[in-house]
Design a protein around this ligand. Structure first.
Ligand SMILES: [Zn+2]
Ligand SMILES: [Zn+2]
Length: 163
């Protein structure tokens, strides 16, 4: 595989017909999603909750919730650390793992979703077009509306925003 960095448009989706690998900035953590369906439709969600914003260092976090068994995480230099986040907007604890060298968010796990892992998509060469958005009521007024996403006012699976 070529470099995992650069312009996402230089990584045609055909490159990921079996799955996709991403790395943190220092390269010690490699995450592989073994899923041929990754780019066959909309996948993943954006979360606008304030904890995700903090963890992502951005106005939104790009997440993909998927089956744990489809994900391989190689922590080659033992830099993966976990922050146990109990003070969440939804009230459910979220165990947030990140690279302790460069601070890149890697994954979250919550007891709400057993057998699932929430991958933080920023480390991947290309992010699928999102399917859903959570905590849309917590968006900044300057954020553009995304077309075609399922929009939840707060937690995913809760009340939807009427468009
Ligand atoms: Zn790293
Ligand atoms: Zn969130």
């Amino acid at each position: 595989m070529n470099s995992l960095k650069g312009d996402p448009k230089n990584h045609p989706v055909a490159e990921f017909e079996h799955g996709m690998t991403g790395t943190c900035l220092c390269g010690s953590i490699r995450v592989t999603i073994n899923d041929p369906e990754l780019f066959t439709g909309r996948r993943g969600h954006l979360c606008h909750c304030s904890n995700c914003r903090k963890a992502a260092g951005s106005f939104v976090s790009a997440n993909l919730i998927t089956d744990e068994e489809k994900v391989e995480i190689q922590d080659t230099a033992g830099t993966l650390k976990t922050y146990n986040d109990y003070d969440t907007s939804s009230g459910n604890p979220v165990f947030r793992s990140f690279c302790s060298v460069d601070g890149n968010p890697i994954k979250s796990v919550t007891p709400l979703s057993p057998g699932k892992v929430i991958l933080k998509m920023g480390i991947f060469p290309r992010i699928p077009e999102p399917e859903m958005e959570g905590f849309v009521m917590h968006k900044h007024p300057w954020e553009a509306d995304l077309k075609g996403t399922v929009k939840y006012k707060f937690a995913r699976g809760g009340e939807k925003l009427e468009e």
